[in-house]
Design a protein around this ligand. Sequence first.
Ligand code: CP
Ligand code: NVA
Length: 306
Amino acid sequence: MTETRDFLDLDQIDAATLRRIIDVSARIKAGCEHKPLLVNRTLAMVFEKPSTRTRVSFDVAMQTLGGGVVSLEPSGSQLGRGETLADTARILSEYVDVIMFRTSSVANLEEMVEAATVPVINGLTDRSHPCQIMADVMTFEERIGPIAGRVVAWSGDSNNVANSWIHAAAQFGFEFRLASPPDLRPPQDILDWAAANGGRISVGDDPVAAVNGADCVVTDTWVSMGDKEADRSRALLEPFRVDEELMAHAAESAVFMHCLPVYRGDEVSAEVVDGPQSVVWTEAGNRLHVQKGILLWCLLGSAAFA
Ligand code: CP
Ligand code: NVA
């Protein structure tokens, strides 16, 4: 029996494979490799939370590679009436070749993975957003060059997106400096994993110290989907807004990234997100190319990289 290639988190796939997925995605974007490699393959997308970019980029990626897509949500499926995720995973595995799942909890993702007999892709949980950070690494390298040895700074809520940046820092060999309120810190087990795997991660509460000389400044919404402490978080996060004053501490050539959707005036000023250092539109666009690399790896494995 061949091993199922799930794309679940950036700490669960070896660094060489992640590098190859980025390189293949970049080659596909450049137009050098764009064959209909997934004809007669089907992707099921299951959304327990809203999505624009992940939904459309996976759909278009699969179709462009020659495959088909079905999408379901609790409101229009038996999930909404109590059919279990495990049963849903078994059923979907009879029909499709790969499942992309966006859900709140890691436990839900694990239930899906456990029961599915086809690869499962993490389309975001409360803990991580690995597909997003693959697109972010690709965007960084497109704009600045190899990310190894460079500095990425985060100022804001320490959330699922930040967690995947921490994983990526260890896997791709860059420094990640995170500034957040002391009460909103990354999970200790993620920091421990990064430390044990050579990650250069610093965590503090001074945005200027984090951003100083950085090659890339990143932030994300102050209120993630399902965030139950939104009011508290907003009050704590005011000093962590990315504005032009904070960006001035980064390297002159620094770029600004945000996974989107953005809330101008909260986590970032309009001047920055709509300004000359912002690469957020390219970053969102690269979701499409990276989804192709991820789908090819899940469905074809090393044959995708031949
Ligand atoms: N960045 C991102 O994942 O966007 P969506 O929530 O629109 O998919
Ligand atoms: N941290 C955000 C990311 C959205 C793509 C959230 O989980 O809502």
